[in-house]
Design a protein around this ligand. Structure first.
Ligand SMILES: Cc1cc2nc3c(=O)[nH]c(=O)nc-3n(C[C@H](O)[C@H](O)[C@H](O)COP(=O)(O)OP(=O)(O)OC[C@H]3O[C@@H](n4cnc5c(N)ncnc54)[C@H](O)[C@@H]3O)c2cc1C
Length: 408
């Protein structure tokens, strides 16, 4: 057998297939039936989180197992199924992982051990985490973050002041991870992440946003007014930060930006969410086209409809393959030299928007009503071209990688 053939397979392991089917059963029997209600209520679906926690799906153990799964496909496979169920509820079930990943990728083992359990809780006592990077004047431009963290050497505490916005689980999370500038003269290289423990005075929720889609996920401003956290809450620790800042001041490379590192690692996961929504819409529209008759035959028998379904099915599979490639590379430690993480997020996000719009068209008038889920999926899908780096920012990253130029 040649080298290329020996090491390559797209077949999921039996463990992954079993996990996928288990998550799918939960998505089909619990998430889907609850989706329309929580979209209307625009609230975190606590009963669904409780149910997921009771079976071990909403748990640190589940996400950690999938995160460290050897092929890298654990998280993409799980997320595709959850978001196939519903994107708003899916985001409520996975929102804590962004905060968790930011601690896992930059933090010490002690920080991982202390704070991650507090982001998920346990059955009967569900908890949430939130990752706070974006600010009113620092969205795509992460370097513009104004939230400031100042070290108080005597008390061994960090004093944090600023306003964060668009935070998933913001203000209702038990643990917030906040990106702040420790040296504004260094731009994004002068930033660090801080864990804000539960109940810390000075952290409060600002405006809660009423959104176009993913309405079962809570999004709000987070105000940090004189927040004091112990020195051990600096993600990665002071020594590592001081070393990094010293390297940057000497003109060397100072590692990656704290926020960017989190976003880069999470891009294939976000892509998988989009694939789940796109697949849901494709399946639904396909079934509809097989059963809805006009002019004496199923509408799917018209090439005009079947060709759309063909494009939709092919686009979903293409998006999934890019997602799996990026997830596998991330797990295997292969650098994203051609911006493969961004490619997966860009293609999957744009696919979700296009495919859900096509699904509405195929359902005709029914597609435009709240009696059918495709209008909700279309509203939900739009988020994937906006958060964790807009489509334009992904194109910028890919453009830089493919041209080698400083594309702006
Ligand atoms: C529902 C929701 C949940 C979110 N959850 C979180 C969260 O948990 N934590 C968090 O930190 N953030 C979160 N975000 C924030 C999200 O990541 C930002 O909204 C996103 O990064 C875009 O920033 P912005 O909204 O300020 O848009 P802007 O940066 O103002 O961009 C506006 C438009 O300009 C374009 N643009 C900007 N710069 C360029 C450029 N150089 N070239 C070409 N086009 C450009 C953008 O692509 C976009 O189309 C969330 C957002 C939403 C809506």
């Amino acid at each position: 057998m040649s080298d290329a053939a020996a090491g390559f397979s797209l077949k999921l392991s039996s463990d992954l297939r079993e996990m996928r089917d288990w998550v799918h059963t939960f998505a089909e029997s619990v998430i889907r039936p609850a989706a329309a209600e929580w979209d209307e209520r625009e609230q975190v679906p606590w009963p669904v989180l409780d149910e997921a926690a009771a079976i071990g799906l909403y748990s640190l153990d589940f996400f950690a197992t999938q995160f460290f799964e050897e092929s890298g496909l654990g998280i993409p496979v799980a997320y595709e199924e959850l978001f196939w169920g519903d994107a708003g509820i899916g985001l409520s079930l996975t929102g804590s992982t962004l905060a968790a990943v930011s601690v896992v990728s930059n933090g010490t083992p002690e920080q991982v051990g202390e704070w991650l359990p507090q982001m998920f809780g346990e059955p009967g006592d569900v908890k949430l985490g939130a990752f706070c990077s974006s600010e009113p004047d620092a969205g795509s431009d992460v370097a513009a973050i104004r939230t400031r963290a100042v070290y108080d050497e005597v008390a061994d505490e960090w004093l944090i002041n600023g306003v964060k916005t668009w935070v998933t689980n913001g203000g209702i999370a038990n643990v917030h991870v906040v990106v702040a500038s420790v040296d504004p003269t260094l731009g994004s290289r002068g930033q660090a992440s801080f864990i804000v423990p539960p109940g810390t005075p000075g952290l409060s929720m600002g405006q809660k946003f009423r959104k176009h889609g993913i309405r079962a996920s809570h999004t709000a401003e987070v105000v940090l007014d004189g927040v004091r956290v112990p020195g051990r809450c600096l993600v990665g620790g002071k020594e590592k930060l001081d070393d990094r800042l010293a390297r940057v001041r000497e003109g060397g490379r100072g590692g990656e930006q704290a926020a960017m590192k989190t976003f880069e690692a999470s891009r294939p996961s976000v892509a998988a969410m989009a694939v789940g929504v796109a697949r849901a819409a494709t399946e639904f529209a396909t079934e509809y086209a097989r059963t809805r008759s006009q002019f004496g035959r199923p509408i799917g028998q018209n090439q005009g409809v079947a060709f759309q379904l063909a494009d939709m099915a092919a686009a979903v599979d293409a998006a999934r393959l890019l997602t799996w490639r990026a997830a596998w590379m991330a797990r295997a430690g292969e650098p994203f030299e051609h911006a493969e993480g961004s490619m997966s997020k860009l293609v999957a996000g744009e696919t979700a928007v296009r495919v859900t719009e096509q699904a509405i068209q195929i359902l005709g008038g029914n597609g435009y009503t709240r009696e059918y889920p495709v209008e909700r999926w279309h509203r939900d899908a739009k988020i994937f071209t906006i958060f964790e780096g807009t489509s334009e920012i992904q194109r910028m990253i890919i453009g830089r990688a493919v041209t080698g130029l400083d594309v702006r």
